[in-house]
Design a binder for this molecule. Structure first.
Ligand code: UD1
Length: 355
């Protein structure tokens, strides 16, 4: 029986892991998964709701390690994950994406000489000021098996000297998730009472440190969103809520702040909005899967394919630029079938792990 330990901790990882866990459960006779939740995200609407809604198996362990500085969080997670792995070493450790939990899991396993498989490998923003960029680079170099979502990601790993024998271009598990959950989308209860008018709305998320931790930048973004002629629905991350309060952001313009939404509620909002504005990696692609234009409030994106096909526009943290993009950026998008794989990434990943 092949044994896998999956490390998750933050919201996007729950969604990615759901697709692979479902595939593993189909092969329960030959492969067993233990899930370790680091506790990086701990609010019910940032964590438990995803386990419930996406039917992810209950974690075997929740380490309860969230908050604190990056070094402290990653270090405490490293120590605790090592103890779990030492207790019963698996055949593989599976990590997702680019969070502190990803790095802690990969490092703990690599130091114990347990092979690491990294899902969503090869992405780069080329901005080492982002904590996620450090996590991606280090995790890729620690991993034995590199599952890339796109040809760009594969080429990047090759350029960094990884051998082809370690790389598997399987497509994007987020595309698997988008296809699987599409028909189960559900409207948030509060949607009808938001007073959005009839002209459509923009869907916004904002949580990157580069935007939330720089008060001037955050104030400029807030002003741009509020100058928008289309109403902006913003399910707000706890980090961003605190940062907005700190810069004295007040309600009253175009933005409607709401609590974080579940994955199926997000699927509904993506399908019913007219445009997306975000700094999230995942949402940029989900906008594309739903054929919605995406305005990305960042200086660079890992998902360069979306900019190349004209579906995504990078916009500076400048009030006028954001307000005008919200008014004007309306490209016609026809999602191409093969940019992010075929929707069978999870199956290919489990095939490879089973060898
Ligand atoms: C993390 C990831 C980011 C990912 C994002 C998804 C890193 C470096 N960043 O960013 O790549 O896109 O998750 O959301 O790992 N907090 C709460 N409640 C929660 C979770 C967090 O209040 O349920 C607080 C934390 O205590 C902290 C802040 O929000 O003060 C930020 O959380 P953190 O886990 O550091 O990073 P994210 O911004 O969520």
């Amino acid at each position: 029986m092949l044994e896998i330990v999956t490390i998750v901790g933050a919201r996007p990882q729950f969604i990615k892991a759901a697709t692979v866990s479902r595939e593993i459960s189909v092969r329960a006779g030959s492969i067993r998964e233990r899930i370790v939740h680091t506790g990086q995200h701990y609010d019910a609407n940032m964590s438990q709701v995803f386990f419930d809604e996406l039917a992810i198996p209950t974690p075997d362990v929740n380490l309860g390690i969230g908050g604190g500085t990056h070094g402290a969080m990653t270090g405490r997670q490293l120590e605790a994950i090592e103890a779990v792995l030492l207790n019963r070493p698996p055949d593989w450790v599976l990590v997702y994406g680019d969070t502190n939990s990803t790095l802690a899991g990969a490092l703990a396993a690599a130091k114990l000489q347990i092979p690491v498989a990294h899902v969503e490998s090869g992405l780069r923003s080329f901005n080492r000021a982002m904590p996620e960029e450090i996590n991606r680079i280090a995790t890729d170099h620690l991993s034995s098996l590199l599952f890339t979502p796109t040809a760009t990601a594969t080429a990047q790993l090759v350029a960094e000297g990884m051998t082809h024998s370690r790389i598997r271009q399987v497509g994007d598990v987020m595309y698997d998730a988008a296809l699987f959950y599409k028909d189960r989308a559900k409207a948030p209860e509060w949607l009808g009472s938001l007073d959005l008018g009839t002209g459509g709305f923009a869907l916004c998320t904002l949580h990157r440190a580069e935007n939330t931790d720089d008060p001037e930048r955050l104030a400029a973004i807030w002003e741009g969103l509020n100058r928008s002629e289309v109403p902006v629905v913003l399910p707000v991350h706890p980090r961003t809520r605190r940062a907005l309060a700190a810069v004295g952001a007040v309600d009253g313009g175009s933005v409607r702040l709401v609590d974080p939404v579940s994955f199926l509620e997000m699927a509904h909002l993506l399908n019913s909005c007219m445009v997306v504005v975000t700094d999230s990696g995942g949402l940029q692609k989900e906008a594309y899967f739903n054929e919605r234009p995406c305005i990305t409030v960042r200086d660079q994106t890992e998902w360069v394919e979306l900019v190349d096909v004209g579906a995504n526009r990078l916009v500076a943290a400048d009030a006028e630029a954001i307000a005008s993009a919200l008014q004007q950026f309306r490209p016609q998008i026809q999602a191409s079938a093969d940019l992010f794989g075929t929707g069978k990434a999870a199956r290919s990943i489990v095939d490879e792990l089973c060898g």
